[in-house]
Design a protein around this ligand. Structure first.
Ligand code: UGA
Length: 442
């Protein structure tokens, strides 16, 4: 099928590459000329396992093209995805400017039936706004006879496993009330829907809300466990035992109940905030979402509280080794990362940071530039050199085994603050380490 994808961000690029790999002819359109030029040369703007070869291969075969020419893209695609950004507005609601601009552009240039598919995470009611925008622009050119439908098809990929998630989706939600649209979408996704039917068809608004509900539910699970970890700390229980004890109940499950120092990334914080705003605009008080957000905020300070408790509020003269900058492993993304709250507060209290991350070093440099109190170190081990203590902020695989002797010989004191519960308190005690983690007795 001929498909056009507007927006070559995370969602758009991965979706386009995966559809091209399945044999569809996909045109990617973006307004950023530099980005398009780089993509043509095979440079991927994000770190995402498996994406680069997929893009290169399909670009070379001609199944995947990149351009800034919107009219050409619109002529090409019978199905047109809108996958442009929806940054949060000042009041926390999603800014739909880019989505609606694409909708208008499609209407200004289309000359046959188009299936317009909302892939960006957008508030409930956006498909209707897109429909209005298209109708208005068609009317302006006297072209209301041209048919179109607006379909909601939310994306559920995770950063770090985006390609795999798209190749093997656990659900394909199609929000439409038109039979023709459902059939087109089923045809599009047929290569990904082989063994059992993963397609769930519903009305547009339910599809839009399902996306927010999924992310907010996951954020709720995490915040709930984070709150339990604080209680566990106070009552002297071990949150890891509690996690296993509750996860074994299939109604609760083992997924997404790992306590830590708060969720980050471009999705959970933004989506919780956006759904809160939607609720508030409707006169509702989103009590659970408020609590989820507030717990996440406190949790990002939880390890800092332990540091202050250990050293006092004046950290001048202290240096901390920080392992992990990305908001989670297998990505270079530092948006809303707990590491940022840690570093910024440590600096404010006068401390210096020696940081290492397997992928996010460049991103960290881009965000913070050169500063005296931040040393970006080339390896995990060199970050430790001369530091007073080690802080672990991201659970990268390579941090999971601790070479006690190496750590001890590099640090001034054998002291670890672990925001991801990577090590066992008993092993740490046996090795002579002072060890602080989340919700486990020392
Ligand atoms: C999330 C959702 O998982 C995807 O399904 C969704 O498609 C995506 O948002 C989106 O809306 O685009 P992502 O932001 O890539 O994906 O990251 P996750 O793997 O979900 O992790 C989010 C955060 O939760 C991370 O900061 C992670 O450290 C934290 N987390 C996760 C925990 O603290 N504990 C857990 O048990 C699991």
């Amino acid at each position: 099928m001929n498909v056009t994808v507007f927006g070559t961000g995370y969602v758009g690029l991965v979706q386009a590459a995966v559809l091209a790999e399945a044999g569809h002819r996909v045109a990617c359109i973006d307004i950023d000329e530099h980005k398009i030029e780089r993509l043509r040369q095979g440079h991927i703007p994000i770190f995402e396992p498996g994406l680069e070869p997929l893009v290169k291969r399909n670009n070379e075969s001609g199944n995947l093209t990149f351009s800034t020419n919107a009219p050409e893209g619109i002529a090409h695609g019978e199905l047109i995805f809108i996958a442009v950004g929806t940054p949060p507005d000042e009041d926390g609601s999603a800014d739909l400017r880019y989505v609606l601009t694409v909708a208008r552009t499609i209407a200004e240039h289309m000359d046959d039936k188009k299936y317009i598919i909302n892939k960006s995470t957008v508030p409930v009611g956006t498909a209707d706004k897109v429909r209005e925008e298209v109708t208005r622009a068609l009317a302006a050119r006297d072209a209301l006879h041209l048919e179109f439908d607006v379909i909601s098809n939310p994306e559920f990929l995770k950063e770090g496993s985006a390609v795999a998630d798209c190749m093997k989706p656990d659900r394909i939600i199609i929000g439409t009330s038109e039979n023709a649209s459902e059939q087109k979408m089923r045809q599009l996704y047929a290569p990904f829907n082989r063994n059992h039917d993963k397609v769930i068809v519903m009305d547009v608004r339910s599809a839009e809300l399902a996306k927010y509900a999924a992310n907010c539910m996951l954020a709720t699970k995490i915040s709930f466990m984070n709150e339990m970890s604080v209680i566990a700390d106070k009552v002297g229980a071990d949150i890891e035992s509690v996690r296993q004890g509750i996860g074994s109940d299939p109604r609760i499950g083992y997924h997404f109940i790992y306590p830590g120092i708060g969720y980050g990334g471009s999705c959970f914080p933004k989506d919780v905030q956006a759904l809160k705003t939607t609720a508030a605009q409707l006169g509702l008080e989103p009590e659970i979402l408020n609590a989820v957000e507030s717990r996440n905020h406190s949790q990002k300070h939880y390890l800092l509280d332990k540091i202050v408790h250990r050293y006092g509020p004046d950290l001048s003269g202290k240096t901390f080794a920080l392992w992990g900058l990305a908001f989670k492993p297998n990505t270079d993304d530092m948006r809303e990362a707990p590491s940022r709250v840690l570093m910024e507060n440590l600096w404010q209290m006068g401390a210096k940071v020696r940081a290492f991350d397997p992928e996010a070093m460049q991103e960290c440099e881009r965000i913070y530039g050169n500063r005296d109190d931040l040393q970006l170190c080339g390896t995990r081990d060199s970050a430790l050199s001369g530091a007073d203590a080690l802080i672990v902020a991201t659970e990268w695989q390579q941090f999971k085994t601790l070479d006690f002797e190496m750590v001890r010989s590099n640090l001034k004191d054998p002291l670890v603050f672990d925001g991801r519960n990577l090590y066992h308190p008993l092993d740490m005690a046996e090795a002579g380490f002072e060890y602080y983690c989340v919700g486990r007795p020392q």
